[in-house]
Design a binder for this molecule. Structure first.
Ligand code: LLP
Length: 436
């Protein structure tokens, strides 16, 4: 997929670069991002709105993969940016991302995080609860600065791949629930404050979603409450933000829709509901994370130990694992992989791919068909671009891999590999003992 192909030497090539050259230059494990594919995905989203002449913002949910270079790329692609912490905000500011297109999320933004964002004059706060409204009032007053606000509501629709649950009774740590009247109270509080400008509403129904039904249900639910707000407070929104969650294809079992279908279904639902309510069609904002960067990422590993339990299982161990990709251990997530140095060879064996952490659950892939593998071979695991590096960790004191962007035959190192020195940089010695 993307610009990935097998070259004449039988090696995997991404963005016109032979991955064995990447391995030689940067070592493994290595995250490799296909920039042309990220560009294509971003354009698909942006064009899907343009085609329908709908005012929109496509905000990249940077929790999926944040580093300075990625934020710079999002800026070049004319995306907006969703950040969820002081750290992601700092990354965005250092990358020179246009502040007016930064949206700040989170169910427990701290005083100092809000202070930093107000000072930076970011585009909007997605306000999650009454405590945050209180902090925003204090901090905007202190700086004498106005901020724009979306209210996050829990629409009582939960979507998970093929399952939709319309709970009616919302129970979530995120946002204002609709039934208790708290959302209405929040609208009033924000409307009444001179430094807070209420742009509209936000909801997010889940992740790795394969159908449009959940989004349409969410729009209907949101608008049923907008009707109430219009009637009782004469409030109509300028923006409806429907969050992220568009699914991608990790394995053959996954059947996501083309981006334009999600967008079209959402637009149709918003238009229909706006007409019904007799209001102007609001701007539609979305926040894709996984679907922008997920399938553009590939992780390269070097195979080391082999263990064969006759008639039970053949293990191949790689030089990474749950430290660079927590998703299999945390969510039983499934991935596809190939031997990148012998990509033309026929698969002859079923292997299970083990990580190197001291934990039995550190298995990246169960039962995958590959050519006979041996120590030194290169394993490429696909679709690791979202929530891989961003959830990576130093368990077992394993340094994080480097990241390269590849495009048009050129590789650019964008995050350096961590060193052992990096790992101990915050460690202090016990008094009286000298570090060696
Ligand atoms: N907007 C909000 C408010 C969100 O909470 C999320 C993801 C997104 C947008 C982006 O969703 P996406 O388009 O990436 O599905 N660590 C998990 C995924 C957690 C998603 C959390 N929220 C994983 O690795 O599958």
């Amino acid at each position: 997929h993307g610009t990935s192909r097998i070259n004449d030497q039988g090696h995997l090539e991404i963005g016109g670069v032979d991955v064995l050259d990447l391995k030689k230059q940067f070592g493994t494990p290595l995250y490799v991002y296909d920039i042309a594919l990220i560009t294509e995905r971003a354009n698909e989203f942006v064009q899907a709105f343009k085609k329908r002449n709908i005012k929109a913002q496509v905000a990249y949910a940077s929790k999926a993969f944040s580093c300075v270079a990625m934020v710079q790329l999002a800026k070049e692609l004319d995306l907006s940016l969703d950040v969820v912490s002081g750290g992601e905000l700092h990354t965005a500011l250092v990358a020179g991302f246009p502040v007016e297109r930064i949206h700040f999320h989170g169910n427990n933004k701290s005083y100092s995080e809000i202070d930093m964002a107000v000072k930076a004059e970011i585009g909007c706060f997605v306000v999650d609860n009454f405590y945050e409204i209180q902090l925003l009032k204090e901090i905007t007053q202190k700086h004498n600065k106005k901020v724009s606000v979306l209210l996050r509501i829990t629409p009582g629709v939960e979507a998970h791949t093929h399952d939709y649950i319309s709970t009616g009774q919302e129970d979530s740590k995120f946002g204002f629930d609709l039934l208790s009247g708290q959302a209405l109270e929040a609208v009033q509080q924000v409307e009444d404050h001179e430094f807070l400008q209420l742009l509209g509403v936000h909801c997010h129904i889940g992740s790795q979603i394969f159908e449009t039904t959940g989004f349409v249900m969410a729009v209907e639910k949101v608008f049923s409450y907008l009707a109430e707000w219009k009637e009782q407070l004469n409030y109509t929104p300028q923006v409806v933000n429907l969050g992220g969650g568009f699914g991608i294809r990790y394995t053959k079992e996954d059947t996501p829709l083309p981006v334009s279908q999600y967008v079209d279904a959402t637009i149709n639902a918003v238009i229909e509901q706006s007409e019904k309510l007799g209001i102007e069609i609001p701007e539609i904002w979305i926040e894709p994370g996984r679907s922008l960067v997920g399938d553009a990422g590939t992780t390269l590993y070097t195979i080391g130990a082999k263990k064969e339990i006759p008639e039970v299982r053949h293990y191949l161990s790689v030089d990474g694992g749950m430290t660079d990709n927590l998703r299999p251990a945390l969510y039983q997530a499934k991935y596809e992989a190939i031997l990148a140095n012998r990509a033309n060879e026929v698969s002859q064996e079923t292997y299970s791919i083990a990580g190197k952490c001291c934990e039995s659950g550190d298995m990246l892939i169960w039962d995958i068909s590959l050519p006979f593998g041996k120590p030194g071979d290169t394993l490429a695991v696909f679709c690791t671009g979202a929530y891989g590096y961003s959830m990576s960790n130093n368990y077992n004191r394993i340094p994080r891999p480097a990241i390269v962007f590849v495009e048009n035959g050129k590789a650019t190192l964008v995050v350096k590999r961590e060193t052992y020195e990096d790992l101990i940089q915050y460690d202090l010695t016990i008094k009286g003992n000298n570090i060696i």
